[in-house]
Design a protein around this ligand. Sequence first.
Ligand code: MN
Length: 213
Amino acid sequence: MKKTVILFLLMCGGTAYAQTVLRPLPYAADALEPVMSRETLEYHHGKHVQTYVDNINRLVPGTLFAGRSMEYISKYADGAIFNNGAQIYNHQLFFDGFAPESIARQIPAGPLLAAIICDFGTFENFRKEFTASASNLFGSGWTWLSVDPSGKLHIASYPNAGNPLKEGNTPLVGFDIWEHSYYIDYRNKKADYLKNLWRIVDWKVVESRYENR
Ligand code: MN
């Protein structure tokens, strides 16, 4: 009886939700050089993503999305809450999917490699199709490799904060196509940014997303 009362009080407590915090990078700020400079990471992670975190902490109290994960917000929210929550989710996958060039495993293996060969012919062809999708995205957005509930892989680009969660797919690799992610290091040379990003994608991380979905 006592337990029920305590639970009820907790449920009705209202606003004591944990704040969303900026997740630290899993490597030093200069660890991805020369593909991504310390300056880019300090602005991109330290300023842009921090702003999305500050915004979500301002926007969700008192809404149905208070205390919810960024994955849940990506699936069910729209407007400003979706924009900021999905950007936090997208950037976590983006930054967590990289490793310093010297230790990143740049080629997939195991069941994920088998799925890539099944759906795209070769790994090289997959990279070509993914890069073409990213090159053709006009304006700010994201290009994603995702897996649908049947196990089929998909490449698609989305404007703004878009990701494949609303379609029921699990995102595996996301490339940030906002200019803030490459303008310091590459200026207007988006093609060079896209080509170089493959050097720091750590397929060990991507495989674990694929296998644990
Ligand atoms: Mn970004």
